[in-house]
Design a protein around this ligand. Sequence first.
Ligand SMILES: Cc1cc2nc3c(=O)[nH]c(=O)nc-3n(C[C@H](O)[C@H](O)[C@H](O)COP(=O)(O)O)c2cc1C
Length: 387
Amino acid sequence: MANPWFETVAIAQKRAGRRLPSSVYGALVAGSERGVTSADNIGAFDEIGLLPLVADLPPTRELATTVMGQEIALPVVISPTGVQAVHPDGEVAVARAAAARGTAMGLSCFASKPVEEVVATNPKTFIQTYWCGTRDDMVRRLEQARTAGAVGAIATLDWTFSHGRDWGSPVIPETLDLRTMLRLAPQALSRPRWLMSWLRHGHLPDLGVPNMARADGSVPTFFGAYGEWMGTPKPTWEDIAWLRAQWEGPFMLKGVMRVDDAKRAVDAGVTAISVSNHGGNNVDSSPATIRVLPAIASAVGSSVEVLLDGGVRRGSDVVKALALGARAVMIGRASLWGLAANGQAGVENVLDILRNGMDSTLLGIGRASVHELTSADVVVGPDFTRP
Ligand SMILES: Cc1cc2nc3c(=O)[nH]c(=O)nc-3n(C[C@H](O)[C@H](O)[C@H](O)COP(=O)(O)O)c2cc1C
């Protein structure tokens, strides 16, 4: 067997493309409409320069920090991603990898594994929720996560049901009944290693979302839960303050792209925000998250923890985000590429790439700790940021 280790996230993505059926891979690439935002999330990092030194470099570098009360070995948290069918161990494999590398993870309400199993694997788990269903439904789901031991909650609000993609959306079935399996058989058979990994586990993906269980305990399908979410009127700031009050511990609002929203999030009493555009899956033509980070961090960074997600593929990206005001970053697709490429070990591989990349970047720019980073550590052109 070829060496399963990969040296960059780009290589993990290539392997994911070769290993996954096209519709599963396509669901991970995602991005809305023309893909302007998902491309800018990545491309904007390339516009930020770093100026290395040659002497008096720090002999060791400190990467550890805290996020939402959790000590983490590096300022990289796994972002919640509601994806099914990537790997039979799904979010449990991700949780094992995050725990092995000493970091926290967000668990999507659209995940394939129940919060109980994930928290048992990595106690540093934040449950993620959308504004979906009745208030009673939302309280019940948060209560389930709290009982399971989740140590924080993430409310994600940046989703506008924009489904069009210029490169075409993948076919995602409602359930895998016999007819659907026959229709998708050519795709699955063209990816025998993926298929075998599921058959070894004794089943095919069931596309259920256990963290969205109904009051009677039944588990809806992905699309059943998605329909409920589509049918739920969008929240007001009063609703958000109400939701925040339902969770006694640390609470993050994910999807903030504007200074005015960041200030309202502070007023609603959140612990943290993630500057995020859902990985380019919300309103296309939103700027890259790294472009709006500096203004948001300077407006609210002393009141709440400011994280960033979107486009992080390298350790140097993490250093750039921290220099521009983030406390930590979250990674979505990078961990999914690792999971697809090599399961738990693949996600560990991705976290190691980011850790090593951060370490060598800090060494190069002469910083002994992530806590020392400031905007003076990066070179940014005058047109880089957005208000
Ligand atoms: C396939 C996919 C599924 C996602 N599902 C969720 C989700 O269920 N909940 C959520 O808060 N964010 C979700 N996100 C957004 C991620 O948490 C994160 O904001 C985004 O992936 C960051 O960009 P990156 O992929 O470039 O790292 C999803 C993103 C992708 C690509």
